[in-house]
Design a protein around this ligand. Structure first.
Ligand code: EPU
Length: 421
């Protein structure tokens, strides 16, 4: 077991390069199953969720070759198994994309994918994924901890999503790409990683229109082309985490390799609380030279305020002047980090979907745990701006989703080390 030790009190300063988006990468990797051929994916974040997804593909018979730290060549010509075991799929959430990709690839085979795991953020149903697969003609059964899926053939259909779901939108796209006819996904999610997965598939010859809007149309094609390369979009949430780290530490940093329009809503909030953001094309400078002021946050699907930045924003508001209110509208258990933050002197009370944060002047170092991936990142931000030393345990959550977070922060002047527990 490892822990992170942070000596607080340094203002971040310098440049940081943002990695490829985790939540696009974990869908693009299983999507290579649809090619039945070869493809090179660049700008993959080298994090544990990506590594496990690659290992599962190997287990199914794909050849997976790391060409460098962030580039992988996938050869999915010889898939021998359509069964992804529970001991692998339960390690992360996005293993559910294997269902859509395997269904899309093969017909009349029993597909078995162990149920997904991932951060404990409350109930994480997959009913909308299943509803979509069934609409395309698949038989789905959930039993013994796995999803068993089978279809003679998939035929495009109109699908209305009862709730806006990132995972279900992407999964239905994966299943529909090679289906017969047209699939319409109504009330689709619009996150940047959905657009990226659609761009990836279209670069291989798929016909997906409207990704990034409420209605996505997938016109089925007979096959996808082999032999091309694709570079994953920069990670919106990693970029947002660094922007908030700059504000929390009253630093001044430049983010390279990011897409500023994916961060419009965070930029507006940072300016509202007294920080500064300057967008110079594909670089963003963020700085803050005074104590931030209160604001209210309501998480919502894109382009709303991302739930995945709620905890990091919670840290900034915990040291802001005045009282802020956060409404978490996506996940029911995303305030677990507040109990840890209160150990550092924050004054946060929660009830249901609402957290009330009375800003304090300073946090003080303590031993705190990562409650989930973004909760863990928020503990690091808290440690950066706290007085004294902070120890963060359960850091495996953080390593799942951020590439070299400690190294990148240290290059900005932070004092963080990973130590054995
Ligand atoms: N939902 C349903 N039924 C479904 C699917 C979702 O009711 O079939 C509900 C969920 O319970 C939740 C809401 O719909 O209340 C949104 O869930 P969504 O399906 O959008 O979430 P997800 O696909 O499981 C992805 C990200 C999460 C991120 C959410 C919301 C991946 C691998 N994960 O999860 O990322 O919080 O979208 O943006 O893309 C993270 O990176 O830390 C993380 C948790």
């Amino acid at each position: 077991m490892e822990k992170l030790v942070i000596q607080g009190g340094t203002k971040l300063h310098g440049e940081v390069t943002i990695s490829g988006a985790k939540n696009a990468a974990v869908a693009i990797i299983p999507a290579t199953l649809l090619i039945n051929g070869v493809c090179t994916v660049e700008n993959l974040p080298n994090i544990s969720d990506v590594q496990i997804q690659c290992k599962i593909l190997e287990k199914l018979g794909a050849k997976v070759e790391w060409l460098d730290n962030n580039t992988v060549r996938f050869d999915t010509s010889n898939i021998e198994s359509y069964k992804a075991p529970l001991d692998m799929t339960s390690k992360f959430r996005s293993s559910y994309y294997l269902i859509g990709a395997l269904l899309g690839r093969c017909h009349n085979q029993d597909i078995e994918v162990g149920l997904p795991g991932g951060c404990k953020l409350g109930a994480r149903p997959i009913d909308q994924h299943i509803k979509g697969f069934e609409a395309l003609g698949a038989n789905i059964e959930v039993a013994n901890g796995k999803v068993i899926a089978r279809a003679e053939k998939l035929v495009g259909a109109p699908i209305y999503m009862d709730t806006v779901s990132v995972g279900a939108t992407i999964n239905i796209m994966l299943a529909a790409v090679l289906a017969e006819g047209t699939t319409t996904i109504d009330n689709a999610a619009k996150e940047p990683h959905i657009v990226d997965v659609a761009n990836f598939l279209n670069s291989l010859g798929a016909d997906i229109r409207g990704a990034g809007t409420d209605i996505i149309k997938v016109n089925g094609v007979k096959s996808l082309k082999s032999g091309s390369s694709y570079s994953v979009v920069p990670d919106q949430i990693e970029a947002g985490t660094f922007m908030l780290a700059a504000v929390a530490s009253q630093g001044d940093i430049i983010l390279k390799n990011c897409v500023s329009e994916h961060l419009d809503c965070l930029t507006a909030k940072i300016i509202e609380i007294g920080g500064h953001v300057e967008d110079t094309g594909d670089e963003i400078r963020v700085w803050c030279n005074k104590r931030p002021t209160k604001t209210n946050i309501k998480t919502a699907p894109y382009p709303g305020f991302p739930t995945d930045l709620q905890a990091q924003m919670g840290v900034v508001l915990s040291i802001a002047e005045g009282t802020s209110v956060i409404s978490e509208n996506i996940w029911e258990s995303r305030f677990q980090y507040t109990y840890e933050l209160n150990k550092m002197g924050a004054k946060i009370t929660t009830e249901g979907k609402t957290a009330v944060i009375k800003g304090v002047r300073k946090l003080s170092g303590a031993t705190v745990k990562s409650t989930d991936l973004r909760g863990g990142a928020s503990m690091i931000l808290a440690g950066l701006c706290a007085k004294g030393m902070t120890t963060v345990t359960n850091i495996e959550y953080i390593l799942r989703g951020y590439e070299n977070l400690d190294k990148k922060l240290n290059e900005l002047g932070a004092k963080i080390s990973i130590q054995k527990e």
